[in-house]
Design a protein around this ligand. Structure first.
Ligand SMILES: [Zn+2]
Length: 510
C-alpha cells in the first residue's frame, strides 16, 4: 500500500553493532564490495532512466507541498496515478443497467495523505457527478483523459487518514484512449480488464501499481445474472431485492488498480475449497456445453499448478484462487488479475497452450501482484519471472527443461538485432509487452546457470515473498546479494545492452 520501502538505517542502531574486527568483516567489507559492484550499474542505470525521463517529458511530481500532482511521475505514463496520498481501500458500488449499458456508481476511497493537500487528483474517465471529502462537498474538475482535480472545502493535513466519496456515471463502452479500451462487450456480457490501465473505465483511483489497496466490489445486476471479481465471494445478494442481485466480492490482500476486474453476464460457476483455499472458477455460458466442460477442466488445473509453483517460489501469497473465461475476444491471452486471472477463450481452448498460460498468470501472483512494479519500466520483474515460470513448470512436469527452452529461444533470436534493441532497463513505452516475454526468461535461465539453483531460487523466494512495490534496480541489488560472483558484466549483457549477449560462461551459456 505504501509507495516507499523504509530507507536502510546506517549506522546500525546501538546495541546491535558487532565487535570491531568482526564488524569490519561482517559489515564494512561487504558494503564496500557491494558499492564497488554497484558503481558501474549506477552509471548505466542513470543513463537509461534519464533517457526515459527525457523522452517522457511529462508532468514531474509537484514540488509544491500543498497540492498533489496529476501523475506520480511514471516516465512512460506521466498522467497515471496521483501524488500526495496512499490509498488503503476502495469500496466500489456499481449499479449496472443492462439496457443502456451505463453504470451509476459510488466509490469510497479511504486514503492517507503524505503531504498537505489543498487539492489532489484521482483518475476516472467516466463522468464525475459529485465528490465529498470527509463528508463535505468538494469542488472538482475533469482534465485530460482521466485526471479529476478535487479541491476539498478544507485542506487535508499531512499524514492523516481521509475519505473521498465519488458519485459517477456513464457508459464505459464509449470510453477509449486512442484506439484502446479496457472494456470488452460480447452480446449481453461485459468485462473490464487491461494492462497497464483499466480502472479509469469503472472506478476512481490512484491508478498506478505503486499504490496497491484493498478492494471491496459490489455490483447490482438483474436477478439471474452473474458478476465475477477478485478475492472472496461474500454474497450473491446483499440487498435481497426481488428483481435484482447484488454480487459482493472482497480482497483480503491489497492489489494494484489494474489487477482488479469485473465480468458481468451469464456465467457457469464452480466453487469449492482446494488445499484450504476457497476457489471460484467461471466460464461464460456463451461457450458451447462441450467448450465449457473443456474450459472448466483447464481451470481446475489451477490448484495443482499453484502447488508446483510453490515448490519454486514459496507459499502462494493469497487466500483465494480462481480464474474466469469470458466470451470476449480479448487482446491478451491472459491477465494476472489478483487471485482470479482473466483468460481469453481461444487461448484456453488450445490444449497445448492452456497449462503454460495458467502457469504464467498464476506465477504473476508472486511476481507482479504480491510485488508490484515501482514504475512501468520495471516490467521485467513481472514478465521475466512469469514467462520463466512457464519453462520451470514444464520442466517440473516432466517436459522440456528450462535450459532447452533457453537454448532454442536464443538460437531463434541471436541474429535478430531488432529483438535485442529493446533493452530490459528501458524497453520504451511502446515495447513494454514485447521482447520481455523471451529476453526476460532467457535472462533468468542464464542467471540460474551463473549463480546455481540454490541462489537462483532463494532470490526468487526472497523477492516474491516480501510484498511491496519495487524496481528492477532493487531486483539487481537483491540478485547480487545472493552470490559472491560479480554480476556487473552479466547485467550489462542481459539487462542493459542493445545487442545480443556473447555466448560466454560469464553470460550464462553452457
Ligand atoms: Zn504476464
Amino acid at each position: 500500500m505504501s509507495n516507499a520501502d523504509p530507507p536502510p538505517t546506517w549506522p546500525p542502531p546501538r546495541g546491535h553493532q558487532p565487535h570491531r574486527v568482526a564488524y569490519v568483516f561482517a559489515v564494512v567489507l561487504p558494503l564496500l564490495v557491494v558499492l564497488a559492484l554497484l558503481v558501474p550499474f549506477a552509471v548505466a542505470y542513470g543513463l537509461g532512466r534519464w533517457q526515459a525521463a527525457d523522452r517522457a517529458a511529462g508532468a514531474p511530481p509537484s514540488v509544491v507541498a500543498t497540492e498533489g500532482a496529476p501523475g506520480v511521475g511514471d516516465p512512460y505514463f506521466p498522467d497515471y496515478g496521483s501524488s500526495g496520498y496512499d490509498v488503503y481501500k476502495y469500496t466500489i458500488s456499481i449499479d449496472w443497467d443492462t439496457r443502456s449499458q451505463r453504470m451509476t456508481s459510488t466509490t469510497v476511497i479511504s486514503a492517507h495523505s503524505t503531504q498537505t493537500l489543498q487539492a489532489f487528483y484521482f483518475d476516472l474517465a467516466l463522468k464525475t457527478d459529485r465528490v465529498r471529502v470527509n463528508g463535505q462537498q468538494a469542488l472538482f474538475e475533469h482534465t485530460g483523459f482521466q485526471d479529476v482535480k478535487v479541491t476539498p472545502a478544507a485542506p487535508i493535513a499531512a499524514n492523516t487518514d481521509f475519505e473521498v466519496v465519488v458519485d459517477y456515471s456513464g457508459a464505459p463502452g464509449a470510453v477509449k484512449r486512442g484506439q484502446v479500451s479496457a472494456w470488452h462487450t460480447t452480446n449481453q456480457e461485459w468485462t473490464v480488464a487491461g494492462e497497464p490501465e483499466s480502472s479509469a473505465w469503472w472506478f476512481p483511483a490512484n491508478d498506478h501499481p505503486s499504490d496497491p489497496a484493498l478492494m471491496d466490489v459490489s455490483v447490482r445486476v438483474p436477478a439471474g445474472m452473474e458478476v465475477i471479481s477478485v478475492g472472496r465471494l461474500e454474497s450473491r445478494d446483499t440487498a435481497a431485492e426481488r428483481d435484482h442481485d447484488t454480487w459482493h466480492w472482497m480482497s483480503r490482500q491489497p492489489l494494484a488498480t489494474y489487477l482488479n476486474f469485473i465480468s458481468i453476464g451469464q456465467f457457469q460457476l464452480e466453487q469449492g475449497v482446494a488445499q484450504g483455499r476457497p476457489f471460484v472458477y467461471a466460464v461464460s455460458e456463451q461457450f458451447s456445453p462441450e467448450q465449457r466442460i473443456q474450459l472448466l477442466t483447464e481451470l481446475r488445473r489451477s490448484g495443482a499448478i499453484v502447488q508446483t509453483l510453490e515448490k519454486m517460489f514459496g507459499p502462494y501469497p493469497f487466500t483465494e484462487l480462481g480464474g474466469v473465461v469470458p466470451a470476449a475476444k480479448l487482446w491478451f491471452a491472459g491477465l494476472e488479475t489478483q487471485t482470479r486471472p482473466v483468460y481469453e477463450g481461444g487461448a484456453m481452448l488450445n490444449r497445448d497452450f492452456a497449462p503454460e498460460l495458467i502457469a504464467h498468470e498464476l506465477a504473476h501472483m508472486w511476481f507482479g501482484d504480491n510485488v508490484t512494479v515501482r514504475q512501468w519500466n520495471d516490467i521485467f520483474t513481472n514478465e521475466a519471472y512469469a514467462s520463466w515460470a512457464q519453462w520451470g513448470y514444464t520442466e517440473r512436469s516432466g517436459g522440456r527443461s528450462a535450459e532447452e527452452a533457453f537454448t532454442s529461444t536464443f538460437a531463434d533470436t541471436e541474429h535478430k538485432p531488432n529483438f535485442w534493441r529493446v533493452t530490459m532497463i528501458d524497453p520504451g513505452k511502446d515495447h513494454l509487452f514485447e521482447t520481455v516475454y523471451a529476453r526476460g526468461p532467457m535472462t533468468l535461465q542464464a542467471l540460474r546457470n551463473v549463480i546455481g539453483d540454490r541462489a537462483f531460487f532463494r532470490l526468487a523466494q526472497e523477492w516474491s515473498q516480501d510484498p511491496g512495490s519495487r524496481s528492477l534496480e532493487d531486483w539487481m541489488i537483491k540478485a547480487q546479494s545472493t552470490t559472491k560472483i560479480d554480476l556487473t558484466s552479466f547485467f550489462q549483457a542481459w539487462i542493459f545492452s542493445p545487442t545480443a549477449p556473447r555466448r560466454t560462461a560469464e553470460n550464462g551459456f553452457r
